[in-house]
Each structure stands twice: as C-alpha cells, then as structure tokens.
Design a protein around this ligand. Structure first.
Ligand SMILES: [Zn+2]
Length: 346
C-alpha cells in the first residue's frame, strides 16, 4: 500500500489542478423538479443543507448541525498554501440559512472539510463540539474551551442534546481519494490554524443516528461501512455520502446500499458529499466534484438502480428548510417545543 502511495501523492496535486479547471467550466448537476425536495418551512422538524455533509436539524426547541463546514478554501490554498476557518464565509452561510440557535456540532471525522470550522461555528452559540480526540485537538488549537468538547470514545456512544438523541457509530473513511494517504492518522496535539490540508488527519470516522421524537435520521457521510454496523437499527431517512462512489465497482455500491439503506429500512435517501467543495458557497447551485476526481453521473446511475421504486432518492435544496418528516412520507406534525433549549455550553 505504501509502495504505490508515493506516486499517487505526487499525482494528487496535478489531478486536483486539472479537476479545478474542469470544474470551472462544468455545468451544475441538472436536477429536475422530481429530484430535489421542495422547501417547506412550516414543518415540525426541518433540515437544511449547506454542501458536503453539513446538515442543520431544527425542531423549534433545539438545533444541531453535522460538521458545520462553510469555509471551502480554494484549490490554490489547498495545494500550495495553508488553510484556516474563514469567519466571513462562515457568517455568510449561517445567515443565508437563517441559523439563529445551535446546541451542538457533530463532526463525522477530522479532515478539514468536516471539522475545521466546527469550533468557530459552535463558539457563536456556546454549543458543544462532539467528535474524536483528533477533532478535540482541532478545537483546542482554535482556542475552543475544553469544557465544551464531548469526546466520542466508543461505538454506539449516546448523547442527549436538548430534544435530540444522538448515537455515534464507528465507520470507515472512503477509499480512493487522491492524496488521501497523506491525511490518514490522528491529530495528537492542538492544531493551530493556518495549517496544511493534510495536517487535518482523519482521526477515525463516525456516522450519526439522530432521533427526534422517534423520527430517525442517519447521517452517513463517508462512502464506506463496517459490515453489520447498523444491525438492529432502523431509520426513516439516510443522508448518504457518495464521494468516490462513481469510481467504485457495482458490487461495492450494492454492498454499501445494503448495509446503510436496506438494513435500516430507510425510505428516503438524500445524497450528500457530492459537491465540489473547493468552490465557495453563494447563491448559485452546487457543482458536482468533477472527473477525474469523481464520476458523479455514474454514481447517480448506480444509486437510481439500487433505489428502484421502493426508496425515494432526492437531493436537498441549498440553505432552504425542508420538512424532513413530510419528505419521508409522514403526515405533518405541529411544532412541539416553542421555547429554545438553554445553551449547552455556558
Ligand atoms: Zn475525509
């Protein structure tokens, strides 16, 4: 593995550069009206999507977010410079998504496109950061208080955040990411930004089962799995990471689908981690990560075949609230808890 890791690492910058050129002239993915969930602000439990695997869930009482990644540094900085949270971009996106409260940031792993902004986002509302010891070192390096970090220390560890129950599942990171080997491992000391892209080491990968009044959402951000990881677990919705899926075999895609979607009996699957996150967020649609880094059309073709008629496969709109219970086919429920949850980390 190490032997062919070296040429891949040298190839990675060239691939990234090529891809960014392709991406600049690449059209957004043509989602039809049937492919995208409709904004629906009145729901009891709303979800909002901000690209990669950043999803905000809000039931009126409590709001939580996965990753909270908004800085999206450009290709030049990623390859030849250093990166750091961008407070202006973070602030813009939070405002664009009408985020007014937050109790927790759940990080799926410690790569920069998941954990780099988490402390900045959490700090704005005295929210807690939940993640691995590596994510804790990102937070400490950014001056985030240790008392507001909740460590994930074992599989199926449970957290209660206001009206949400969260269970963290151990999983595996996707394979086949160009330059990925350089960002394996753990972050063993506080990481002070600016830092190199590969200083944000993976630190173990998790997915989350999020339960809100028995409506169950799985956020499974990285395109891989541990066989049997969801044994005995059921969910209404899966936010399914599909980065690198288009370059994988059909056998892998079916096994992935079986382990994460069929086992949990989810009836709605929302693809995530499909966009080119070297492009800043604005009011234009997201663009898929381009070939040769990804083969997005092939990934979608495989997913459509796997979903068939039994499972709805839908994209989230950007920033807009979606009544995620109605999207999963449940009858509308009224908002229950009008009072905001107290700050979880005073
Ligand atoms: Zn990653």
């Amino acid at each position: 593995m190490k032997a062919n890791g070296k040429p891949k690492m040298r190839l990675a910058p060239i691939l990234f550069l090529l891809a960014s050129v392709v991406s600049a002239c690449h059209p957004p993915y043509p989602t039809g009206a049937d492919d995208e969930l409709k904004p629906s602000p009145g729901g009891r439990l709303t979800a909002r999507f901000f690209g990669v695997s950043t999803i905000l869930l809000d039931d009126g009482n409590t709001a939580i977010i996965t990753d909270g990644f908004f800085s999206r540094p450009g290709i030049g900085r990623l390859l030849f410079g250093e990166i750091a949270p961008d407070p202006d971009r973070i602030g813009w996106a939070l405002q664009r998504g009408d985020v007014t409260k937050l109790s927790a940031v759940l990080t799926v792993h410690s790569h920069y496109d998941h954990a780099m902004d988490a402390p900045d986002v959490a700090h704005r509302w005295q929210a807690v950061v939940i993640g691995s010891p590596s994510t804790a070192n990102i937070a400490l390096g950014e001056g985030f208080p240790a008392s507001c970090i909740r460590l994930i220390e074992h599989d199926r560890q449970e957290f209660t955040i206001g009206s949400f129950g969260v269970t963290a599942f151990r999983s595996l990171h996707s394979t086949g990411v160009p330059g990925g080997a350089a960002a394996e491992g753990t972050i063993d000391a506080p990481l002070r930004p600016p830092a190199g892209r590969t200083d944000y080491k993976e630190g173990g990968t998790f997915s989350f089962l999020i339960d809100n009044r028995r409506f169950r959402i799985i956020v499974h951000a990285s395109t891989n799995y541990i066989p049997g990881m969801y044994a005995g677990v059921e969910a209404d919705v899966v936010f399914l990471g599909i980065a690198t899926l288009g370059k994988k075999s059909e056998a892998f895609a079916s096994a992935y689908w079986r382990e994460v979607v069929q086992t949990t009996k989810a009836k709605l699957v929302v693809p995530i981690h499909w966009d080119d996150f070297t492009i800043a967020l604005d009011d234009r649609p997201l663009r898929p990560a381009p070939y040769p880094l990804e083969d997005f059309p092939r990934a979608m073709a495989m997913l459509r075949a796997l979903a068939g008629k039994d499972v709805a496969l839908r994209f989230m709109p950007l920033y807009a609230p979606v009544d995620i219970e109605a999207a999963a086919g449940l009858p509308p429920r009224a908002r229950h808890n009008p009072l905001p949850a107290p700050s979880s980390c005073p």
